[in-house]
Design a protein around this ligand. Structure first.
Ligand SMILES: Cc1cc2nc3c(=O)[nH]c(=O)nc-3n(C[C@H](O)[C@H](O)[C@H](O)COP(=O)(O)OP(=O)(O)OC[C@H]3O[C@@H](n4cnc5c(N)ncnc54)[C@H](O)[C@@H]3O)c2cc1C
Length: 409
């Protein structure tokens, strides 16, 4: 009889690797950790992440602040981040030979600017810790047994394990969610998060590439409201303000089939009263200047011209000739431009799934299932997702680490 503890990790992504390494390092000779990956490729998302640079975490070291970046799962992650947070991620990678750097917006990357550094560190750490890795080995089915679990693999082979970590990611077709469901878990239906908006509007035509430093975007009739930079694209709008809105509104916008009204405040957080006062002043102080050529705002010139036209004002109109009605129409274009969104595109740099295993059915101190003892979860398979900036990998590292530790105990 084998007295060593057998641990199987399903999924060779960020969460699966972190869980397997943590568990194998802690168990040492007392256990056998096997990682099963369905495809021929390991860590494939890490490799392509952050445009090939891997935005590995975010320089946010206060758990209470960090959880605000997770539209789903933040509350559950609070305690988890007190045990393993971005500072620990940085230290872990430094200990494994990868130095990281912080960009002005807080995103953290390996100093090499190459995701291969992260991939190499994880592969080497797994090898050193003695993790057995099997690729092209999908787990099809899992049955609970008296001692642990019986796994049916893609080659129809069977395998037994004492403890099981599911780190199969958010993709519904992978089968991980079906396995969790078969073991008693509730699955929150997956829908995409982090996407850009399709908008066809004459105000945006020919402006692809223009960005505005700080806008506020909202969806009327909902609580959805975010702010940040906005980028005009060939197909509509992107940029941090839009991506954040897509994350917070992932489920609501999916229910609306991605057809909804978007309101953009181009000079947020300015109030309509202060806008009125400022524009009224221009009618006197810049009386002869044309509205189109003199703007007091940080709105790019070409966009400014479009807003003027949309307000029904001829571009040659001098400020002094602006009627009160025109002034109000212009203020409305500046502070509440409405656009019709008619679809979405996935954000190629980083996209994640909203939905997955219901968080309340998991003990976040250990990542163990509350429905099925000795079953653990890590990463995007859970109903957790963050906004862009390295928060999704941090979820994978934190939950992977906790699951790996707990499995070795
Ligand atoms: C293009 C892109 C860029 C991204 N960039 C960033 C970034 O820079 N920073 C950031 O924080 N986040 C980024 N993300 C999000 C981040 O990659 C994910 O949140 C993270 O990889 C999730 O890790 P995971 O291990 O939970 O899942 P995954 O990485 O999806 O890994 C799951 C693995 O499990 C395997 N698997 C599934 N089912 C089975 C089965 N039944 N049997 C065996 N194996 C199975 C899959 O093949 C896969 O290899 C990006 C995402 C994408 C798509």
């Amino acid at each position: 009889m084998n007295s060593k503890r057998r641990v199987v990790v399903v999924g060779g992504g960020a969460a699966g690797f972190f869980a397997a390494i943590t568990c194998a390092e802690k168990l040492g000779e007392a256990g056998e950790v096997t990682l099963l990956e369905a495809t021929p490729h390991l860590l494939s998302k890490v490799r392509i992440s952050g445009g090939g640079r891997c935005n590995v975490t975010h320089a946010c070291f206060d758990p209470a602040e960090l959880i605000k970046k997770y539209p789903r799962g933040g509350r559950e992650l609070l305690g988890a981040f007190h045990r393993f947070q971005p500072r620990d991620t940085i230290q872990w990678f430094a200990k494994h030979g990868v130095e990281t750097k912080t960009e002005a917006d807080g995103r953290m990357f390996p100093t090499s600017d190459n995701s291969e550094s992260i991939v190499r560190a994880l592969m080497q750490a797994a090898e050193k810790a003695g993790v057995t890795i099997q690729t092209q080995t999908g787990v099809r089915q899992v049955e609970k047994t008296d001692e642990g679990f019986k796994l049916t693999l893609s080659q129809k082979e069977e395998r037994f394990t004492d403890r099981l970590i599911l780190a199969t990611g958010g993709n519904q077709s992978s089968g991980g969610l079906a396995i969790a469901e078969s073991l008693g878990h509730t699955i929150i239906p997956p829908v995409p998060s982090l996407f850009t908006f399709h908008i066809k509007d004459s105000r945006l035509e020919g402006l692809a590439g223009l960005s505005v430093d700080h806008v506020e975007v909202s969806v009327p009739g909902t609580k959805l409201k975010t702010d940040g930079p906005l980028l005009i694209t060939h197909w509509g709008m992107s940029g941090p303000a839009i991506l954040k809105l897509s994350a917070w509104g992932a489920r609501l916008l999916a229910e609306a089939k991605y057809q909804f009204t978007l309101v953009v405040h181009w000079t947020a957080p300015q109030t309509t009263e202060s806008l009125y006062a400022e524009l009224d002043r221009l009618r006197i102080q810049e009386a002869r200047k044309q509205v189109s050529t003199f703007s007091p705002f940080k709105i790019p010139q070409r966009l400014w011209e479009r807003l003027i036209l949309a307000a029904g004002i001829a571009t040659t109109t001098p400020w002094a000739h602006l009627s009160n009605i025109q002034l109000k129409a212009l203020i409305s274009q500046i502070s509440a431009s409405t656009f019709k969104v008619e679809g979405k595109s996935l954000f190629k740099e980083e996209f994640v799934t909203c939905g997955g295993v219901k968080c309340s059915e998991v003990d976040f101190r250990t990542m163990e299932s509350k429905c099925c003892p000795h079953l653990y979860f890590a990463g995007e398979v859970l109903d957790i997702d963050g906004v862009t900036g390295g928060f999704n990998f941090q979820n994978a590292w934190t939950t992977g680490w906790l699951a790996g530790q707990a499995c070795a105990e």
